[in-house]
Write a protein that binds this ligand. Structure first.
Ligand SMILES: Nc1ncnc2c1ncn2[C@@H]1O[C@H](COP(=O)(O)OP(=O)(O)OP(=O)(O)O)[C@@H](O)[C@H]1O
Length: 291
């Protein structure tokens, strides 16, 4: 897809040459929920153009981290920045396409697939600029990109879990953002659709877009990933090159389950990133990878 370049961003070719701006930054980030510390002092900066996977066992804090980076959960300590601004002062929400875990899709409100995808354009619209031909075109293109053009008029609740996940991906694509923040974008999505998503993201990355995603199984996305951040019990225990996959569930002590992907058997994606050996990791910072 041909996403427009941000008004205040340099052209794609110039992005790398100039000092690379930071898309997301957390400094000494702490989150406490129900009196329990979930994130325990996270320092993380994601530069524009990076493709970063956040990995870790169930409950290690991955979703909490990306929601906090977006300002969706208040910090109990430290700070976050979106393109250099605190979330409360950030105004360029169209620059970020967020794909949440699919359980919230539709929010219980009856909506068609097209309506959900069209909501991805809201941050680009205003009272003074209602829906335009460009908006309609972006929505149609995003629907086609995820292979749901023929389901556009269907109530979103009538789609399967994996199809709903593709709706959420289409919603992010429709917004033509600079950065994609995706919480398990391939969970419950069939292998062919995962490969297609990898192709879509590959094109976006070549065009300079930033990708930050949470994953248990990178599958076809693995070659795209330039950096892995591994969490354990709310701390970063690895930040560097992606670990080599050693096969899903291959290691003793593997404790990961897939609550969001009941219809996606492990075998569907081949190897996985849930288990790996310390020796396989080339790391800027490696402390404890026993997940
Ligand atoms: N609203 C909340 N209130 C209290 N605790 C919460 C809340 N949301 C998450 N938690 C807890 O925070 C911890 C981290 O949750 P989080 O969803 O960030 O983990 P995760 O690494 O994304 O897990 P998974 O791989 O299972 O999706 C978990 O122990 C979870 O129970």
């Amino acid at each position: 897809m041909t996403a427009p370049v941000a008004h205040d961003a340099p052209p794609d070719g110039a992005r790398k040459a100039a000092a690379v701006p930071t898309a997301f930054r957390m400094t000494a980030g702490r989150i406490s929920l129900d009196g329990r510390e979930i994130l325990r002092g996270i320092d993380l900066a994601i530069e524009e153009g990076e493709v970063v996977a956040v990995l870790g066992a169930n409950g290690s804090g991955k979703s909490t981290l990306i929601r906090a980076l977006l300002g969706l959960i208040p910090l109990s300590g430290g700070s976050t920045e979106l393109y250099g601004s605190a979330p409360a002062r950030f105004r360029q929400w169209w620059r970020i396409g967020y794909v949440p875990q699919r359980l919230s899709v539709g929010g219980g409100v009856p909506a068609t697939v097209r309506e959900v995808v069209a909501s991805g354009r809201i941050a680009r619209q205003s009272r003074f600029r209602p829906t335009s031909a460009a908006d309609r075109h972006a929505v149609s293109r995003a629907l086609a990109e995820v292979g749901l053009g023929d389901r556009a008029g269907d109530p979103v609740q009538t789609l399967s879990g994996g199809q709903q996940q593709r709706v959420l991906i289409a919603r992010a694509l429709a917004g033509e953002p600079d950065a994609f923040v995706m919480d398990e974008p391939t969970a419950g999505v069939d292998a062919a659709s995962q490969r297609h998503l990898a192709g879509t993201l590959s094109g976006l990355v070549r065009a300079g877009r930033t990708v930050l995603l949470v994953a248990h199984e990178l599958g076809p996305l693995e070659p795209l990933i330039t950096r892995a951040v591994v969490l354990k019990e709310g701390c970063v225990v690895h930040d560097g090159l992606p670990p080599h996959a050693v096969g899903a569930h291959a290691l003793p002590g593997h404790d990961h389950v897939h609550p969001h992907a009941p219809e996606a058997p492990q075998a569907a994606t081949g190897g996985g990133m849930s288990g790996w050996s310390d020796a396989a990791i080339g790391s800027r910072r490696t402390e404890n990878l026993d997940l």
